[in-house]
Design a protein around this ligand. Sequence first.
Ligand code: NI
Ligand code: MN
Length: 222
Amino acid sequence: MRIEYLGHACFLLEDAGVKILIDPFLTGNQLAAKTAGEVEADYIFVTHGHDDHLGDTYAIAKRTGATVYAVVEFADGPMAEQGIKTAKGNIGGRQKTPFGSVKFFPAAHGSGVPGALACGYVFEIGGKKVYHAGDTGLIAEMSLLADERIDVALLPIGDFFTMGPEDAVKAAEMIAPKCVIPMHYDTFPVIKQNPDDYKKVVEDKGICEVKVLSPGGSLEIY
Ligand code: NI
Ligand code: MN
């Protein structure tokens, strides 16, 4: 599987020709590695309705025909009016998908959609597990992810709107993945961070490897 970082909280997971796009905030993100007009997707997962996550979802879904996943109130609410293919789930539920499976995981954050909850996702694709935390503060539930044996955890470190580096170290400890890729930093002045400082702390503690990706950078896992 190839994990490509497109900037902010946007990642493209690619395995066996299937493209899974998460939180495609590209237009308006000066650090984005791709434009909304060029990114390809078979599935789009949206963690919550804030602009820096919903982003270009509707435009990309309309152009590519991708199916968009979100929590029930979001998928059946604002998304249903867009004339796009949607799929839904809710916190704690795992469902089979054409590429493997996905579990909707709790996130402590506003959803931006009345009645909806913000979420993270645990993807299983080609026998590998990737956790995208979405926007969230540090939550005790993350320790439950240790049982999932996560290969790669995508964790926010920006602080201000989400957990910052210190709490993201604790999150890495609780989740115990093989690797963390930090996200949700540097896009705006208030979330400026040095991801290499975070990497050093996590690796010096012997928690796991941290792979710092610049937008456009990618990691291949087998
Ligand atoms: Ni948010
Ligand atoms: Mn955000």
